[in-house]
Design a protein around this ligand. Sequence first.
Ligand SMILES: Cc1cc2nc3c(=O)[nH]c(=O)nc-3n(C[C@H](O)[C@H](O)[C@H](O)COP(=O)(O)O)c2cc1C
Length: 215
Amino acid sequence: MNKSEILAATTWRRAIKKYNGQQIPDEDWQFLLEVARLAPSSMGLEPWHILEINDSDLRQKIADVSWGVKEKMPDVAKFIVFTVTKDLSPESAYFREIRDMHGYSAELQESMIQLHRDFGIRDADLSDARKSHDWAAKQAYIAFAQMIFAAAEIGVDSTPVEGYSKEALEQVLTEAGALDPEKDSVALCAAFGYRDGEVKHPKSRRPLDKIVKVI
Ligand SMILES: Cc1cc2nc3c(=O)[nH]c(=O)nc-3n(C[C@H](O)[C@H](O)[C@H](O)COP(=O)(O)O)c2cc1C
């Protein structure tokens, strides 16, 4: 894609309020999941999981506690929930799994643990559950952002969804056996599909000189 095509896709991307019920070809959907998978993350921890909710009963229960997607849900092609890992401490099973996955040498493993102690505990204070959740959620938002921009580039619509009660949504997912609340928490949701007609309101943003300060 050239620059004007990228800008055109970025402008075309809107937070869709009404979907048309059309399904996304599996090849395109797998491509979008792959884009998420390849996202960067702090310390390479990839602290997210994606729940792809295809079960219609569960979708309805999610819609009932999520005003941000309630009206749209019946016509959305894909609905996902990003969850994040709660325990990311150097001693955690998750941290070990990631180190093993990377196949780090013993020496590199040691320096990664040290980096985690220096950054994760001293600087970012990930020992606090809320801070740890927020930090992990920030990483999930990167994967999510890559997904929605890639979606726009292939003509797939999306809506970021933060309009839900986190507590109620986690309860619904836990009761459905989709979430282990001891291990994971919800970071954000997203809907994908195709817009129903044109978006009525023009895209509106602050001008660049109100955003960028050159020093
Ligand atoms: C993190 C995040 C959460 C959002 N949550 C919702 C939501 O729950 N429901 C919804 O309809 N739109 C939601 N939006 C859409 C925003 O309102 C929308 O992106 C913004 O108004 C700009 O419009 P545009 O995306 O069409 O350019 C969300 C956007 C972001 C980035």
